[in-house]
Design a protein around this ligand. Sequence first.
Ligand code: IPM
Ligand code: MG
Length: 350
Amino acid sequence: MPTLLLLPGDGIGPEVTAQVRRVAERIMPELTLETRLFGGCSFDDLGTPLTDEALALARASDAVLMGAVGGPKWATAPRHLRPEAGLLNLRSGMGVFANLRPALCFPALADASTLKREVVEGLDIMIVRELTGGVYFGQPRGVETLPDGQRRGVDTQVYTTSEIERVSRVAFELARGRRNKVTSAEKSNVMETGLLWREVVTALRARDYADVTLEHMLADNTAMQLVKNPRQFDVILTDNLFGDILSDEAAQLTGSLGMLPSAAIGVAGSPGLYEPIHGSAPDIAGQGVANPLAAILSFAMALRWSLGRADLADRLTGAVESALSGGARTRDLGGSLGSGEMGDAVLACL
Ligand code: IPM
Ligand code: MG
């Protein structure tokens, strides 16, 4: 029997994953659901944001769905014990090197964007972010004190050809099933890793993906083009740091961060990690008002990419769309439904 590991985490994580549980039990009763502590709550109870046991279970599951991690409570914990460190360790421990972050403007929500309707209507971008390398993982790193008493902070941006190639492959494959265009974003004008990135992506395309249109764009320009004319993009391929930034920007284009799912995948056959893009939102945590749709849509991605049930993924996505067209809105979408009521609305449409 397939197993889904739920890692509700911190802040609004438990509230949104509770709705995923309801949907999962309805749509795929044969799925075994496990739950473990993760993030700040795991640090509080077990002394570490990610236990070995939780990581081992994640690797042995068919898919992992997390809510969110982090919050002001843990801001002063040592870096390696911070909730965010648990997430980075989970990603690298699971080997999920490609992060798929769709930015999709749901027709019913086009007016919720801070950009004009005519700019965002019909928007459908897929950001492919490298997730287990680059400056978030590179060594050396740290803060040292210099002989003159100053302090010096170091992070290292580093990529190997194989790291670039495997995530690029994912982007090209995805593009083939979409509008057949990849925009690779880096800073080859000032960074060595950027130059290598551009060379490797270009060579890979020439070798295996000559049918896919490839465009190179500097990452700062990509940030600007995203607000100027976002519909020019199909798949955006980029590194860990730029992907972190550009995916937040792209999410805002669609009107609500509360709507966007993501999938992190590794080599074929290994479990994927699914998470809503929104964070732990400590300001509204515990009030039962968080929008559970990003988490529910993340579960839909898990159905498609890890559980081999594209049919159920389509059904669930359709139910979310119907709930929205029927007027179901949580507070972030200008409505007044609570998390559980939004869950009810989706269940009613299933
Ligand atoms: C994200 C988040 C994480 C990241 C944090 C919470 C570690 O910002 O998933 O985009 O930086 O990757
Ligand atoms: Mg981020």
